[in-house]
Design a protein around this ligand. Structure first.
Ligand SMILES: C[S@@+](CC[C@H](N)C(=O)[O-])C[C@H]1O[C@@H](n2cnc3c(N)ncnc32)[C@H](O)[C@@H]1O
Length: 304
């Protein structure tokens, strides 16, 4: 039976490497990158993937690169690891993305996956099935930090700069046309809640307009009740980033474009076992959507 974050709230021993970092490196790699508030949130999921399994061992994602990245960044992430609900959500969504990716590439072993707003993730470590391809894309300032730390994962992987708020990103990233033979898997986690609602709708519509049949988009969502309240979030608040988009009903996602279908919705509450499922059912009439969840969108064949 999974334990809730509250029951596991034990402060970890400080990592000697991280604790020593500020003294040995007066200006860490991360500080020198001068990331603006939203891009700087990439440290939150990175810390969870690197160190979160000590609290939630059943969600251990076995990230082979995150720990080393944290050390090279010279970041002190103790405060982020104290925010156990967020650590839990990141590990839970990582498992959801891995499961969705494995199912997609089992069906399309030569398909393409693209992680939009990739931050410092390396999902191809889990999803490389031998003949598929992978693209990691984020804002220019993040890619400048990422490239020297995380070179492309072999010849079937590439990296690119993208600003999802600028229409036309599908073509600029060289993603396949709708008539393309191979479907595409898009991953967009921890990103869209920082965009304005109209920008999110444009991102979903661009996926719907261009994606070949069989394509999938896996994204995480926050309840609309969280919009404007990032200052109260223990990890996001200190970055200065704000939650600008949330969902009132999961059906809103597919309503953006006639070609979209909501194939699956998952609530992070499920990860807490029966107690979480019961609480989710209790809140749902008021919230209309999970407090935090993952949606998988598909595209219909033959629609506009
Ligand atoms: C919380 S981090 C998540 C990073 C990564 N997806 C993960 O799970 O570790 C948010 C990411 O969204 C990216 N992002 C925010 N706005 C973006 C935009 N307009 N276009 C592309 N990426 C964006 C940020 O640069 C940052 O890397």
């Amino acid at each position: 039976m999974p334990q809730t974050p509250a029951r596991r709230r034990v402060r970890p021993p400080r990592s000697p490497a991280l604790h020593a970092a500020p003294a040995s490196r007066p200006s860490s790699l991360l500080q020198r990158a001068h990331l603006p508030p939203v891009p700087s949130t990439l440290l939150i999921p990175l810390a969870a993937r690197a160190r979160g399994a000590r609290y939630f061992s059943w969600l251990d994602c076995r990230d082979a690169v995150a720990g080393g990245l944290l050390e090279r960044l010279g970041a002190d992430v103790d405060a982020l690891l104290d925010d156990l609900p967020t650590v839990f959500q990141v590990l839970w969504r990582t498992r959801a993305v891995k499961d969705a990716g494995r199912a997609f590439f089992a069906a399309h072993p030569q398909g393409l996956g693209a992680n939009l707003g990739c931050g410092l993730t390396q999902h191809f470590q889990w999803l490389d099935v031998g003949a598929n391809q992978w693209l990691d894309a984020d804002l220019p300032e993040v890619m400048a930090l990422r490239r020297p730390l995380l070179p492309a994962w072999g010849p079937r992987a590439r990296q690119a700069e993208v600003d999802l708020t600028q229409p036309g990103w599908w073509q600029r990233l060289g993603l396949p046309s709708r008539s393309g033979a191979q479907p595409v898997l898009l991953v967009c986690e921890g990103v869209l809640m920082y965009l304005q609602p109209a920008q999110v709708q444009a991102v979903l519509a661009e996926f719907a307009q261009h994606a070949p049949t069989g394509s999938r988009m896996v994204l995480d969502v926050l309840t609309r009740q969280a919009v404007g309240r990032a200052a109260r979030h223990p990890s996001v608040g200190p970055t200065g980033a704000e939650f600008c988009w949330g969902v009132g009903r999961m059906a809103e996602l597919a309503a953006v474009h006639p070609r979209l279908r909501l194939l699956r919705e998952q609530s992070a509450a499920e990860g807490y076992g029966w107690a979480g499922i019961a609480l989710d059912a209790l809140w749902r009439p008021w919230l209309g959507a999970p407090v935090y969840g993952v949606a998988t969108l598909g595209v219909r064949d033959g629609s506009p």
